[in-house]
Design a protein around this ligand. Structure first.
Ligand code: SF4
Ligand SMILES: [Zn+2]
Length: 369
């Protein structure tokens, strides 16, 4: 990736701006970030090296444009046309423009923009519901070839499915706020946006937790250098059709990483078949138990939003229930955490079959002990 900052400095206009990193960084070196000025890199896309070749090449990847300001800032109105000219000349590059001022786009586009330029992606920031409902209708109605949404810093729960359903949004990024005065980011907000992306088949990127992160009712302070790795580790990003949701190819976990991990969990390894369970299995036979397992999975786990999700599996009363808790196949969030099957989507036949296999493997292993 490359960065092109034709000018530096900005004005705060939105709740997401409160702890703006440009201001924070400038303050730390005694600079006033509200002063907007062209930079030495103003014409970076046209700069050439000694051999007469462009310094920026397609190999540098996406050119993130105007990252220490806002491309549509009014104070930069006199300079923007030059920038469009440079962008027009460099059709071999991919420009990404992230803005909180999508409402100024229409008055800022170049005359030959037409229905958009293929090498320009416009990303609108949406930090809360209010800004989402204001900006996304504008973004969707503009002549733009590639549209993305960035919910960072995410400051509240957002419902955006009706905008995603248009099929006009190509990517959604979410993340919490960093810095000493960071505001809270709740994991449930991330989950909700992700669920909506999955429903609409839109790639979702969980970029960073932010410095103050709430999960399962607890609040965590997360060190700057862990904010991105933690988000990555969660496995929460989602790319349609590549493994995580649509085209899952599971390997049965036979003695593999999954069962080893389950054995290490105090909670999971506490579950065992009871005497009652064993008698029941003996009476019914494993084929019937397998049918029951398939039935529980289909009815209680498979819907997009199963009823009473998180509480749909009793702690005892059927051997399959014990197997479900022991193997983390009890609810959609456990399935997501342990088996990487995303919540918020209907389970495919192949996912259901996979779960049944895991349950039956656990039961068989229990019977031999
Ligand atoms: S628009 Fe972006 S760069 Fe400008 S003040 Fe807000 S957060 Fe900072
Ligand atoms: Zn569970």
């Amino acid at each position: 990736m490359a960065v092109w900052n034709p000018w530096h400095g900005c004005r705060k206009i939105s709740p997401g701006c409160a702890n703006c990193y440009v201001y924070r960084r400038d303050e730390s070196i005694g600079k006033d970030a509200s002063v907007v000025a062209k930079t030495g890199d103003y014409n970076l896309p046209l700069k050439k090296n000694r051999q007469g070749l462009y310094k920026l090449t397609a190999e540098d990847g996406v050119v993130f444009t105007c990252m220490t300001s806002d491309f549509f800032l009014d104070l930069a109105d006199d300079w923007r046309q030059d920038c469009w000219d440079m962008i027009r000349q460099r059709k071999d590059l991919q420009f990404h423009i992230i803005t909180k001022r999508i409402d100024r786009f229409a008055q800022c586009i170049p005359p030959d923009w037409g229905d958009g330029w293929d090498h320009v992606t416009i990303c609108s920031t949406c930090e809360n519901q209010d800004r989402t409902d204001y900006r996304l209708p504008i973004l969707l109605n503009l002549p733009i070839r590639h549209r993305e949404i960035i919910c960072e810093p995410l400051l509240g729960g957002i419902q955006m499915q009706k905008y995603l359903e248009t099929g006009l949004i190509e990517h959604v990024t979410c993340g919490g706020e960093s810095g000493d005065h960071a505001r809270l980011c709740d994991f449930r907000w991330i989950q909700e946006i992700r669920r909506e992306c999955i429903r609409c088949g839109i790639p979702f990127y969980f970029k960073q937790t932010g410095a103050l992160f709430a999960k399962d009712g607890k609040i965590y302070r997360i060190d700057r250098k862990l904010q991105m790795p933690q988000a990555k580790k969660s496995g929460y990003s989602y790319i349609p059709g590549t493994g995580s949701a649509n085209a899952i190819k599971y390997q049965l976990p036979e003695r593999g990483a999954l069962f080893a991990g389950l054995r290490k969990s105090d909670f999971r390894s506490r579950f065992h078949l009871t005497d009652q369970d064993r008698t029941y299995i003996q009476e019914k036979g494993l084929d019937i138990i397998r049918r029951h397992a398939a039935d529980f999975v289909a009815k209680r786990l498979s819907p997009e939003n199963p009823e009473h999700d998180g509480k749909q599996t009793p702690m005892k009363g059927h051997p399959v229930f014990s197997a479900q808790h022991a193997t983390a196949c009890c609810c959609r969030s456990c399935l997501e955490k342990w088996h990487h099957i995303p919540a918020g989507k209907i389970l495919t036949d192949c996912e259901q079959a996979y779960i049944v296999e895991v349950l039956m493997q656990w039961i068989s292993e229990e019977l031999t002990t």
